[in-house]
Design a protein around this ligand. Sequence first.
Ligand SMILES: Cc1cc2nc3c(=O)[nH]c(=O)nc-3n(C[C@H](O)[C@H](O)[C@H](O)COP(=O)(O)OP(=O)(O)OC[C@H]3O[C@@H](n4cnc5c(N)ncnc54)[C@H](O)[C@@H]3O)c2cc1C
Length: 498
Amino acid sequence: METQKVQVAVIGSGFGGLTAASLLAKTGLQMAVLEQNNYPGGCASSYKRKGYWFETGATTLVGLDEEMPLHYLLEQTGIQLPLLHLDTPMQVRLSDGTLLTRYPDLEDWIREAERVFGGQGQRPFWETCFQISQKVWRTSLKQLSFPFGSLGDLWQAATAVRWEQLGLVPKAFQTVKDLLAQHGLLHNKRFVSFVDQQLLITAQNHHQEVNVLFGATALCYTLYGNYYVLGGLRKLSESLVEYLEQHHGQMLYRRFVKQITPAESGNYLIDTEKGLVEAEFVVCGLPLNNVHQLFQSTDTKKKLERYLLPPEDVNGALTWGLVFERSSSTPQVLHHQIHVPGKVPFIGSESIFVSLSHPQDHQRAAPDMCVASVSTHVARPKEQWIEEKKELEQWVVQFLASQGFFLEDQVKFVQAATPGAWIEWTGREWGQVGGYPQYQGIKPWQMKDARLDGHKAYLCGDTVYPGQGIPGVCLSGIIAAHKLLRDHFKEKVNVLHQ
Ligand SMILES: Cc1cc2nc3c(=O)[nH]c(=O)nc-3n(C[C@H](O)[C@H](O)[C@H](O)COP(=O)(O)OP(=O)(O)OC[C@H]3O[C@@H](n4cnc5c(N)ncnc54)[C@H](O)[C@@H]3O)c2cc1C
């Protein structure tokens, strides 16, 4: 079989890889995206079953406000997404049955938090978090050389630095636990439990581990523009794929990459299940644990080793797809975090996240039906092989019926997917999802930066800086594209600002 030659090969069509691919395609580089699956999007995609569209993983979308990564991506590419703005981003049900609404306005939210958790400390806690989150977002796109991997990066950062940005550094040394303590909230058990479950879905860890920089930003995501994607999250990646193809890029599906080796020419030889691809540049949009396995060069392997997390430190997910008849009791709010009294059976997680299809979204379900995507964390996915799928399907129907989402006989379909399914869908080692959890011992500047081997290979995705979520991996793709251009095509960097 003949070796296919491309200028830049992006491995994986997750949102990180597709962001980098779209921006680089804009500058005229010849792009090819190699994807093991037969559709794009990875953890942020949708699949069709029985005529309904279910979300694979991600369901909430933020990052579109000014100075945020998706805003930048859409502005640079002119891509338009089928979005609906959500007036109410989320509701949370505590295990004692209390319902609280995460209003998008700070004052409304503080009033709600005080109503549910008591007056002490709520206002200063949330005002502090919101201020930090605003500074973090304002800084994120101004410091595209961060984390620094070269003197050039440092110079770049120094020329862009502002006092406000330096003021954020001490926040990386504090944890959310410190912040709770400062505001007299550490002994407010209900509030700490609320904070923990909110952090788990946004930073993949608890208040003892998550630093204030990430934690404050994560806790405040409902205070920014929250959107629903009509047709499902797959529309995000499909829009980027369309842009890529209009800019002479190609999508190569069913191309599982087995190995990447340096060629004598200085290029990379990419061994896929459908033959060899030779690329001058590589951008890997896979988790670091997977990337580590692809590179045979001991030098590159060694460079990555100190960034790898063991399986006991990452999370997997159990997800359910449900279809039920809409009725007058179907909740109006689309996203719900529900604390589970006595924990989720067999798994032991403390909450589930439920996202409903929008009543105006007739692509995903007919007007009289609703699709629910439900997920929960699975700790130590390598050890926890879930055999009780049927029992968990029954449990989720009964539990959501008890919460008033529907009557049991209104449910037309339910199916659970375990971390084993994630291995198949996304190829991620151990079925790990959601990126590396935030750990106290790992400061933002100690996360892996976008340069993979110091040569012509780059990295993005949710296990490198800045980490989890669609806005996070979008930023990582923007950074990878910028670093590649600055290192090899300085004259093209400005194309990204036209
Ligand atoms: C259950 C769940 C709920 C979530 N909820 C949200 C949410 O509501 N909002 C939010 O913002 N984020 C959410 N996230 C997180 C978010 O979806 C991910 O962080 C993000 O989509 C990851 O993107 P990525 O680019 O890093 O990689 P991935 O999405 O992992 O994409 C990697 C791609 O590479 C492909 N691939 C893997 N190995 C190979 C190989 N060897 N060769 C070729 N291709 C390969 C995979 O098939 C995949 O398409 C959620 C995640 C999960 C799992």
